[in-house]
Design a protein around this ligand. Structure first.
Ligand code: ADP
Ligand code: MG
Length: 344
Protein backbone atom coordinates (compact mmCIF):
# COMPACT_ATOMS: atom_id res chain seq x y z
CA UNK A 1 0.00 0.00 0.00
CA UNK A 2 1.49 3.26 -1.05
CA UNK A 3 1.41 6.33 1.13
CA UNK A 4 -1.38 8.68 0.13
CA UNK A 5 -0.86 12.37 -0.27
CA UNK A 6 -4.13 14.13 0.02
CA UNK A 7 -4.62 17.55 -1.47
CA UNK A 8 -6.12 20.27 0.61
CA UNK A 9 -8.00 21.63 -2.36
CA UNK A 10 -10.96 23.76 -1.51
CA UNK A 11 -13.92 24.62 -3.64
CA UNK A 12 -16.00 27.73 -3.99
CA UNK A 13 -19.46 27.83 -2.48
CA UNK A 14 -22.23 26.72 -4.80
CA UNK A 15 -25.97 27.31 -4.51
CA UNK A 16 -27.85 25.00 -2.17
CA UNK A 17 -29.97 23.60 -4.99
CA UNK A 18 -26.90 22.36 -6.80
CA UNK A 19 -25.61 20.73 -3.68
CA UNK A 20 -28.79 18.66 -3.24
CA UNK A 21 -28.74 17.60 -6.87
CA UNK A 22 -25.09 16.71 -6.78
CA UNK A 23 -25.55 14.79 -3.58
CA UNK A 24 -27.93 12.47 -5.39
CA UNK A 25 -25.47 12.03 -8.26
CA UNK A 26 -22.24 12.09 -6.38
CA UNK A 27 -22.49 9.91 -3.32
CA UNK A 28 -20.29 7.45 -5.06
CA UNK A 29 -19.00 4.57 -3.02
CA UNK A 30 -15.96 2.81 -4.39
CA UNK A 31 -15.94 -0.74 -3.19
CA UNK A 32 -13.21 -2.11 -1.02
CA UNK A 33 -11.34 -5.35 -1.16
CA UNK A 34 -9.16 -6.49 1.72
CA UNK A 35 -6.56 -3.82 2.57
CA UNK A 36 -8.02 -1.36 0.11
CA UNK A 37 -9.66 1.92 0.97
CA UNK A 38 -13.40 2.38 0.89
CA UNK A 39 -14.08 5.90 -0.37
CA UNK A 40 -17.37 7.79 -0.43
CA UNK A 41 -17.67 11.31 -1.80
CA UNK A 42 -20.43 13.87 -1.71
CA UNK A 43 -20.97 17.52 -2.50
CA UNK A 44 -22.04 19.46 0.56
CA UNK A 45 -21.63 22.95 2.12
CA UNK A 46 -20.43 24.22 -1.24
CA UNK A 47 -17.50 21.85 -1.28
CA UNK A 48 -16.36 18.25 -1.60
CA UNK A 49 -16.80 15.85 1.28
CA UNK A 50 -14.82 12.61 1.23
CA UNK A 51 -14.72 9.72 3.63
CA UNK A 52 -11.98 7.11 3.38
CA UNK A 53 -12.08 3.98 5.51
CA UNK A 54 -9.64 1.09 5.83
CA UNK A 55 -10.01 -2.20 7.60
CA UNK A 56 -13.79 -2.61 7.79
CA UNK A 57 -15.72 -5.12 5.69
CA UNK A 58 -17.05 -3.29 2.62
CA UNK A 59 -20.65 -3.48 3.80
CA UNK A 60 -19.85 -2.00 7.23
CA UNK A 61 -17.60 0.66 5.72
CA UNK A 62 -20.40 1.53 3.28
CA UNK A 63 -23.06 1.95 5.93
CA UNK A 64 -20.70 3.89 8.24
CA UNK A 65 -19.72 6.23 5.40
CA UNK A 66 -23.38 6.65 4.38
CA UNK A 67 -24.34 7.62 7.91
CA UNK A 68 -21.45 10.10 8.12
CA UNK A 69 -22.32 11.55 4.71
CA UNK A 70 -25.95 12.01 5.75
CA UNK A 71 -24.71 13.78 8.87
CA UNK A 72 -22.78 16.33 6.76
CA UNK A 73 -25.98 17.11 4.86
CA UNK A 74 -28.04 17.30 8.05
CA UNK A 75 -25.57 19.76 9.57
CA UNK A 76 -25.67 21.85 6.39
CA UNK A 77 -29.44 22.06 6.68
CA UNK A 78 -29.14 23.41 10.25
CA UNK A 79 -26.00 25.58 10.00
CA UNK A 80 -25.88 27.01 6.48
CA UNK A 81 -26.68 30.68 5.97
CA UNK A 82 -27.09 29.81 2.27
CA UNK A 83 -30.32 27.98 3.18
CA UNK A 84 -33.15 30.32 4.10
CA UNK A 85 -34.94 27.71 6.17
CA UNK A 86 -31.90 26.63 8.21
CA UNK A 87 -31.99 27.17 11.95
CA UNK A 88 -29.15 29.68 11.76
CA UNK A 89 -30.93 31.72 9.04
CA UNK A 90 -34.06 31.78 11.17
CA UNK A 91 -32.07 33.00 14.17
CA UNK A 92 -30.41 35.72 12.07
CA UNK A 93 -33.85 36.84 10.81
CA UNK A 94 -35.85 36.56 14.02
CA UNK A 95 -33.65 37.77 16.84
CA UNK A 96 -33.42 41.56 16.33
CA UNK A 97 -32.09 41.89 19.86
CA UNK A 98 -34.59 39.45 21.38
CA UNK A 99 -33.69 36.01 22.78
CA UNK A 100 -34.57 33.16 20.41
CA UNK A 101 -34.56 29.55 21.58
CA UNK A 102 -32.27 27.32 19.53
CA UNK A 103 -31.48 23.60 19.49
CA UNK A 104 -28.90 22.41 22.00
CA UNK A 105 -26.64 21.45 19.09
CA UNK A 106 -26.63 24.95 17.58
CA UNK A 107 -26.25 26.48 21.04
CA UNK A 108 -23.20 24.32 21.76
CA UNK A 109 -21.57 25.26 18.43
CA UNK A 110 -22.30 28.94 19.03
CA UNK A 111 -20.63 28.67 22.43
CA UNK A 112 -17.57 27.19 20.75
CA UNK A 113 -17.57 29.85 18.04
CA UNK A 114 -17.86 32.50 20.76
CA UNK A 115 -14.88 31.02 22.59
CA UNK A 116 -12.70 30.96 19.46
CA UNK A 117 -13.71 34.56 18.75
CA UNK A 118 -12.71 35.50 22.28
CA UNK A 119 -9.49 33.47 22.16
CA UNK A 120 -8.34 35.17 18.96
CA UNK A 121 -9.51 38.61 20.15
CA UNK A 122 -11.91 38.76 17.25
CA UNK A 123 -9.45 37.79 14.49
CA UNK A 124 -11.81 34.87 13.97
CA UNK A 125 -15.22 36.45 14.52
CA UNK A 126 -18.40 34.49 13.99
CA UNK A 127 -20.26 37.78 13.27
CA UNK A 128 -17.87 38.84 10.47
CA UNK A 129 -20.29 38.20 7.62
CA UNK A 130 -21.47 41.80 6.91
CA UNK A 131 -17.92 43.01 6.41
CA UNK A 132 -17.02 39.93 4.34
CA UNK A 133 -20.04 40.71 2.17
CA UNK A 134 -18.96 44.34 1.84
CA UNK A 135 -15.92 43.15 -0.12
CA UNK A 136 -18.08 41.23 -2.58
CA UNK A 137 -18.14 37.78 -0.99
CA UNK A 138 -21.18 35.87 0.20
CA UNK A 139 -23.34 37.45 -2.49
CA UNK A 140 -22.16 41.03 -1.89
CA UNK A 141 -21.39 43.52 -4.67
CA UNK A 142 -17.76 43.46 -5.82
CA UNK A 143 -16.37 46.95 -5.34
CA UNK A 144 -13.80 48.72 -3.18
CA UNK A 145 -15.63 49.73 0.01
CA UNK A 146 -15.18 53.29 1.25
CA UNK A 147 -13.80 53.98 4.75
CA UNK A 148 -17.26 55.20 5.77
CA UNK A 149 -18.86 51.97 4.56
CA UNK A 150 -16.31 49.91 6.49
CA UNK A 151 -16.81 51.91 9.69
CA UNK A 152 -20.60 51.74 9.33
CA UNK A 153 -20.57 47.98 8.71
CA UNK A 154 -18.24 47.28 11.63
CA UNK A 155 -20.94 48.64 13.95
CA UNK A 156 -22.81 45.38 13.35
CA UNK A 157 -19.74 43.17 13.79
CA UNK A 158 -18.37 41.77 17.05
CA UNK A 159 -18.94 38.47 18.82
CA UNK A 160 -19.86 40.26 22.06
CA UNK A 161 -23.08 41.31 20.34
CA UNK A 162 -24.20 37.67 20.72
CA UNK A 163 -25.90 37.06 24.05
CA UNK A 164 -25.94 33.37 24.94
CA UNK A 165 -28.21 32.17 27.74
CA UNK A 166 -27.14 28.68 28.71
CA UNK A 167 -30.09 27.96 30.98
CA UNK A 168 -32.77 28.63 28.36
CA UNK A 169 -30.52 27.83 25.34
CA UNK A 170 -31.54 31.16 23.85
CA UNK A 171 -29.48 33.45 21.66
CA UNK A 172 -30.01 37.19 21.23
CA UNK A 173 -28.27 39.10 18.44
CA UNK A 174 -27.87 42.75 19.35
CA UNK A 175 -26.81 45.82 17.32
CA UNK A 176 -27.96 44.23 14.07
CA UNK A 177 -25.34 41.47 14.30
CA UNK A 178 -25.70 38.21 12.37
CA UNK A 179 -23.94 34.88 12.60
CA UNK A 180 -22.04 33.11 9.84
CA UNK A 181 -20.66 29.67 10.59
CA UNK A 182 -18.64 29.58 7.34
CA UNK A 183 -15.35 29.56 9.27
CA UNK A 184 -16.23 26.77 11.73
CA UNK A 185 -19.20 24.71 10.48
CA UNK A 186 -17.25 22.42 8.17
CA UNK A 187 -14.86 21.53 10.98
CA UNK A 188 -17.78 20.78 13.28
CA UNK A 189 -19.32 18.50 10.63
CA UNK A 190 -16.00 16.64 10.31
CA UNK A 191 -15.88 16.07 14.08
CA UNK A 192 -19.44 14.70 14.04
CA UNK A 193 -18.52 12.31 11.20
CA UNK A 194 -15.50 11.14 13.17
CA UNK A 195 -17.75 10.29 16.14
CA UNK A 196 -19.99 8.27 13.84
CA UNK A 197 -17.13 6.40 12.18
CA UNK A 198 -15.56 5.54 15.54
CA UNK A 199 -18.90 4.33 16.89
CA UNK A 200 -19.15 2.10 13.79
CA UNK A 201 -15.77 0.57 14.61
CA UNK A 202 -13.48 2.43 12.20
CA UNK A 203 -9.89 2.52 13.44
CA UNK A 204 -8.33 3.81 10.24
CA UNK A 205 -10.18 6.55 8.41
CA UNK A 206 -9.93 10.06 7.03
CA UNK A 207 -12.76 12.58 6.88
CA UNK A 208 -12.17 15.52 4.53
CA UNK A 209 -14.64 18.34 4.05
CA UNK A 210 -13.22 20.97 1.73
CA UNK A 211 -9.73 20.69 3.20
CA UNK A 212 -10.91 20.39 6.82
CA UNK A 213 -9.67 16.94 7.79
CA UNK A 214 -9.55 14.59 10.71
CA UNK A 215 -7.40 11.46 10.61
CA UNK A 216 -8.43 8.43 12.65
CA UNK A 217 -5.48 6.08 13.29
CA UNK A 218 -3.31 5.50 10.23
CA UNK A 219 -3.57 3.71 6.86
CA UNK A 220 -2.48 0.04 7.00
CA UNK A 221 1.30 -0.26 7.29
CA UNK A 222 1.78 3.40 8.21
CA UNK A 223 2.13 5.33 11.42
CA UNK A 224 0.09 8.32 10.34
CA UNK A 225 -1.86 9.85 7.49
CA UNK A 226 0.27 11.95 5.16
CA UNK A 227 -1.48 15.18 4.20
CA UNK A 228 -0.13 17.31 1.36
CA UNK A 229 0.14 21.07 1.90
CA UNK A 230 -0.67 22.97 -1.23
CA UNK A 231 1.60 25.76 -2.45
CA UNK A 232 -0.53 28.93 -2.10
CA UNK A 233 1.25 30.42 -5.11
CA UNK A 234 1.01 27.38 -7.38
CA UNK A 235 -1.94 25.22 -6.59
CA UNK A 236 -0.74 22.38 -8.80
CA UNK A 237 2.16 21.68 -6.47
CA UNK A 238 2.69 20.86 -2.82
CA UNK A 239 5.09 22.69 -0.54
CA UNK A 240 5.32 19.76 1.82
CA UNK A 241 3.43 17.24 3.86
CA UNK A 242 2.39 16.82 7.44
CA UNK A 243 1.81 13.51 9.23
CA UNK A 244 -1.24 13.33 11.49
CA UNK A 245 -2.95 10.62 13.49
CA UNK A 246 -6.02 11.16 15.70
CA UNK A 247 -5.95 14.86 15.09
CA UNK A 248 -7.22 17.43 12.63
CA UNK A 249 -5.71 19.71 10.00
CA UNK A 250 -7.15 22.63 8.04
CA UNK A 251 -5.80 25.23 5.66
CA UNK A 252 -7.00 28.77 5.11
CA UNK A 253 -5.74 30.50 2.02
CA UNK A 254 -6.70 33.46 -0.04
CA UNK A 255 -5.77 31.86 -3.32
CA UNK A 256 -8.99 30.12 -4.29
CA UNK A 257 -11.68 32.47 -3.13
CA UNK A 258 -10.87 36.05 -4.05
CA UNK A 259 -12.26 39.02 -5.98
CA UNK A 260 -10.44 41.32 -8.41
CA UNK A 261 -11.00 45.06 -7.92
CA UNK A 262 -9.10 47.48 -10.17
CA UNK A 263 -6.61 44.74 -11.08
CA UNK A 264 -5.85 43.83 -7.44
CA UNK A 265 -6.70 40.59 -5.69
CA UNK A 266 -8.62 40.64 -2.43
CA UNK A 267 -9.04 37.36 -0.58
CA UNK A 268 -12.16 36.18 1.26
CA UNK A 269 -10.72 36.36 4.77
CA UNK A 270 -11.32 39.73 6.34
CA UNK A 271 -9.84 41.15 9.54
CA UNK A 272 -13.03 41.91 11.49
CA UNK A 273 -11.11 44.33 13.69
CA UNK A 274 -10.26 46.64 10.77
CA UNK A 275 -12.70 45.56 8.08
CA UNK A 276 -9.81 45.07 5.62
CA UNK A 277 -8.90 41.91 3.74
CA UNK A 278 -5.68 40.21 4.81
CA UNK A 279 -2.63 40.15 2.57
CA UNK A 280 0.29 39.58 4.95
CA UNK A 281 -0.31 35.80 4.89
CA UNK A 282 -0.76 33.63 1.78
CA UNK A 283 -1.87 30.50 3.57
CA UNK A 284 -1.83 28.84 6.95
CA UNK A 285 -2.16 25.15 7.76
CA UNK A 286 -3.24 24.40 11.32
CA UNK A 287 -3.04 21.05 13.12
CA UNK A 288 -5.28 20.85 16.20
CA UNK A 289 -6.96 18.22 18.39
CA UNK A 290 -10.36 18.71 16.74
CA UNK A 291 -11.53 19.76 13.29
CA UNK A 292 -13.76 22.43 14.84
CA UNK A 293 -10.62 23.98 16.37
CA UNK A 294 -8.46 23.67 13.25
CA UNK A 295 -11.22 25.19 11.08
CA UNK A 296 -11.82 28.21 13.31
CA UNK A 297 -8.14 28.65 14.14
CA UNK A 298 -6.98 28.46 10.52
CA UNK A 299 -9.17 31.48 9.79
CA UNK A 300 -8.14 33.20 13.04
CA UNK A 301 -4.40 32.59 12.68
CA UNK A 302 -4.56 33.68 9.05
CA UNK A 303 -5.79 37.08 10.25
CA UNK A 304 -3.39 37.26 13.21
CA UNK A 305 -0.23 36.31 11.30
CA UNK A 306 2.62 34.30 12.82
CA UNK A 307 3.74 36.64 15.63
CA UNK A 308 0.36 37.29 17.17
CA UNK A 309 -0.55 33.61 16.72
CA UNK A 310 2.24 32.39 19.01
CA UNK A 311 0.04 33.07 22.02
CA UNK A 312 -2.75 30.88 20.62
CA UNK A 313 -0.34 28.00 20.06
CA UNK A 314 0.51 28.16 23.74
CA UNK A 315 -3.12 28.44 24.87
CA UNK A 316 -4.63 25.56 22.89
CA UNK A 317 -2.60 22.42 23.62
CA UNK A 318 -1.67 20.42 20.54
CA UNK A 319 -2.01 23.35 18.13
CA UNK A 320 0.71 23.72 15.49
CA UNK A 321 0.78 25.88 12.39
CA UNK A 322 2.72 26.44 9.19
CA UNK A 323 2.48 29.91 7.69
CA UNK A 324 3.25 30.60 4.04
CA UNK A 325 4.16 34.27 3.78
CA UNK A 326 4.92 36.43 0.74
CA UNK A 327 8.45 35.99 -0.65
CA UNK A 328 8.64 32.20 -0.15
CA UNK A 329 8.98 32.62 3.62
CA UNK A 330 7.62 29.97 5.98
CA UNK A 331 7.08 30.33 9.70
CA UNK A 332 6.07 27.71 12.23
CA UNK A 333 4.23 27.61 15.50
CA UNK A 334 4.54 24.65 17.86
CA UNK A 335 6.68 21.57 17.59
CA UNK A 336 6.04 19.21 14.67
CA UNK A 337 8.59 16.74 16.03
CA UNK A 338 9.65 15.33 12.67
CA UNK A 339 6.05 15.06 11.47
CA UNK A 340 6.45 17.82 8.93
CA UNK A 341 8.38 17.61 5.71
CA UNK A 342 8.88 20.68 3.54
CA UNK A 343 10.02 20.13 -0.05
CA UNK A 344 12.87 22.16 -1.54
P1 ADP B 1 -13.11 28.24 3.60
O1 ADP B 1 -14.36 28.08 4.41
O2 ADP B 1 -13.28 29.06 2.38
O3 ADP B 1 -12.39 26.96 3.37
P2 ADP B 1 -12.08 29.34 5.99
O4 ADP B 1 -12.32 28.13 6.80
O5 ADP B 1 -10.81 30.08 6.27
O6 ADP B 1 -12.09 29.07 4.46
O7 ADP B 1 -13.30 30.30 6.26
C1 ADP B 1 -13.50 31.46 5.54
C2 ADP B 1 -14.96 31.81 5.60
O8 ADP B 1 -15.24 32.39 6.86
C3 ADP B 1 -15.30 32.82 4.55
O9 ADP B 1 -16.15 32.18 3.63
C4 ADP B 1 -16.03 33.93 5.26
O10 ADP B 1 -17.40 33.86 5.05
C5 ADP B 1 -15.80 33.69 6.70
N1 ADP B 1 -14.81 34.63 7.24
C6 ADP B 1 -13.98 35.48 6.58
N2 ADP B 1 -13.19 36.14 7.45
C7 ADP B 1 -13.55 35.70 8.68
C8 ADP B 1 -13.11 35.99 9.98
N3 ADP B 1 -12.13 36.87 10.19
N4 ADP B 1 -13.71 35.36 11.01
C9 ADP B 1 -14.68 34.45 10.81
N5 ADP B 1 -15.15 34.12 9.61
C10 ADP B 1 -14.59 34.74 8.55
MG1 MG C 1 -11.58 27.80 8.60
Amino acid sequence: MENRDIDMKKYNPAPAVLSVLLFCLMSLPSCARDGEAFVMQTFVMGTRGAITIYGLPAEDAGSAASEATREMHRIESVMSTWKEDSEISRLNRDSRGMPVRVSSELFMLLEKAYRFSELTDGAFDVTAKPVVKLWGFQGGEVKLPTDAEITGTLEHVGWRKIILDEEDTTVALTDGAGIDLGGIGKGYAVDRCVEILKKRGAESALVDLGGNMFAIGAPPGHEAWSIGIRDPQDQSSLIGKVLISDEAVATSGNYENFVMIDGRRYGHIVDPRTGRTVDHVLGVTVVAPSATASDALSTGLFVLGPEESLRIGETVPGTRAIFALPGDVFEFIGNFGGKLELFE
